[in-house]
Design a protein around this ligand. Structure first.
Ligand code: AMP
Length: 191
């Protein structure tokens, strides 16, 4: 299955993708993780990306498209994938449509994980304490939420227009949310 997971920062997208990758045996492709790996490795791309990420802004569409094209072209993505963190704005969504058409890997479904804003802020604060992510400071989190509302939230409409969108409630335990997603995927596989 070829899946895009959507949701605000702290919606549990990454956590769910990490479980789904085991259940579905398809790669979990997180652009945030790819970028953090580039930062760790100290590559030129990583150096450019770090400052942008630490401000809570979006890395340029050109850089992101290059990164995602390389990753989606890898053989392990032939049998499907779970995209987490891409697309992040409408132009990335259009670029992804074109790329997947060219690779002959059309999306099966986009799943939006819905959570209320207060829950999200609490979860991010917890992650900041546990993982020490440098982009989890209060100011950066506020900016990331703003960027999400302005730039990323419209991507939900893009997939709704294409008839690919399903919404799942992201509240409750990790297992509960996973079961909701698996139910949606089973229904999709049956069609
Ligand atoms: P994430 O782990 O998905 O929350 O991503 C962490 C940060 O990486 C974001 O706040 C952005 O600065 C950057 N990033 C991740 N994915 C993208 C993307 N698709 N487009 C632009 N920037 C991204």
């Amino acid at each position: 299955m070829r899946i895009v997971l959507l949701g605000a920062p702290g919606s549990g997208k990454g956590t769910q993708a990490a479980i789904l990758t085991e259940q579905l045996e398809v790669p979990h492709i997180s652009t945030g993780m790819l970028l953090r790996a580039a930062v760790e490795a100290g590559t030129e791309l990583g150096k450019q990306a770090k400052a942008v990420m630490d401000r809570g802004e979006l890395v340029s569409d050109d850089i992101m498209l290059g990164l995602i094209e390389e990753r989606l072209s890898a053989p392990d993505a032939d049998g499907g994938f779970i995209l987490d963190g891409y697309p992040r704005n409408l132009s990335q969504a259009a670029a992804l449509d074109t790329l997947l058409e060219r690779l002959d890997k059309p999306l099966d479904i986009a799943i939006q994980i819905d959570v209320n804003a207060e829950l999200v802020i609490g979860r991010i604060a917890k992650r900041a304490r546990e993982e020490g992510r440098s982009d989890d400071s209060e100011e950066t989190v506020r900016r990331r939420m703003q960027v999400y509302e302005e730039r990323t939230a419209p991507v939900v409409g893009h997939y709704a227009d294409k008839g690919l969108l399903t919404r799942v409630l992201g509240e409750g335990s990790i297992e509960e949310v996973n079961q909701r997603i698996m139910a949606v995927l089973r229904a999709e596989a049956a069609t």
